[in-house]
Design a protein. Structure first.
Length: 281
């Protein structure tokens, strides 16, 4: 964050010197607690002996030219020296691997209440209601394997009602092998979710993959931007929101979304996630 333009801030309550002191205290609070709302800041200032209200603090933020933003969250553990080194190696080595051999796998949750139209049109000044007949608490866990070797059907998926366990993951991999979606020479790429290296299934999983000549590779920690499955999930969720109707089951829309995602779009997702090095230069 840059420093606030205190010199140009006119006196609001305590005079120039007093107002600048209040701004300084507020500035320190913001640095330590960037997610606090205005009442939180007012409460902290009041506890420090500064008698202010929400309007006063809001005017200070306005004088700084600040507004509320949706934050971009980042995980500090992504930037450990070991993970940064692995990330650097990954974005170079991935360029030498044929896409047809790269099989990305990931899981996502689809919750009914989160997948409705975000906006509806109507007259100003009226609250608009949409009657829903579907169960709002309904949710699915979807497991996805991308497979560019079959352009007419590049997705291998599984749906269940509960969260996936390590045994669900192992069974999915077994099904993928039996369906020839994972074959000798393939590289199965997963993130660092616990189900992907479960203590009870690890030996069975690695024995299976080794036996079929399939490499098992983990993405760098906290790096979803390297997995095209994330872009596929975003496409599917947007498709559901844009096509949601009360009489169409959620799972049916999910399946239709995969049919409507072009192979060329999946190729663009691969390009986006594997060409990180070129985007950084």
């Amino acid at each position: 964050m840059s420093s606030g333009p205190w010199g140009g801030f006119r006196a609001l309550k305590f005079g120039n010197v007093g107002d600048k002191l209040v701004q300084h205290i507020l500035w320190v609070q913001v640095q330590q607690h960037p997610s606090w709302n205005i009442p939180h800041h007012v409460g902290a200032l009041t506890a420090a002996g500064v008698d202010v209200n929400c309007g006063f603090v809001a005017r200070i933020f306005q004088s700084w030219g600040w507004s509320w933003h949706k934050p971009t969250h980042t995980q500090i553990r992504k930037y450990t020296p070991a993970n940064v080194e692995y990330y650097s190696v990954w974005i170079v080595l991935i360029l030498s691997i044929p896409w047809i051999r790269l099989k990305f796998l990931d899981e996502a949750h689809f919750v009914s209440r989160d997948l409705y139209h975000r906006r509806v049109i109507g007259p100003r000044g009226y609250k608009l209601f949409v009657v829903e007949t579907a169960e709002l608490n309904l949710s699915y866990s979807l497991t996805l394997l991308t497979d560019l070797s079959t352009p007419t059907n590049p997705f291998f998926i599984s749906l269940c009602f509960e969260s996936n366990t390590e045994w669900d993951f192992l069974n999915f991999v077994v099904d993928a092998v039996q369906a020839n979606r994972l074959v000798q020479g393939d590289i199965l790429v997963v993130d660092n979710a616990a189900v992907h290296f479960g203590g009870e299934t690890w030996e069975l999983l690695t024995t299976l993959l080794d036996g079929y000549g399939i490499s098992y590779v983990f993405l760098p920690t906290y790096s979803p931007e390297l997995n095209p499955c994330e872009l596929v999930f975003a496409f599917v969720k947007n498709f559901i929101r844009n096509n949601r109707e009360p009489d169409i089951p959620l799972y049916q829309l999910m399946l239709v979304a995969f049919v409507c995602l072009p192979y060329t779009t999946l190729l663009s997702f691969y390009n986006h996630c594997t060409q990180i090095l070129f985007r950084m230069t």
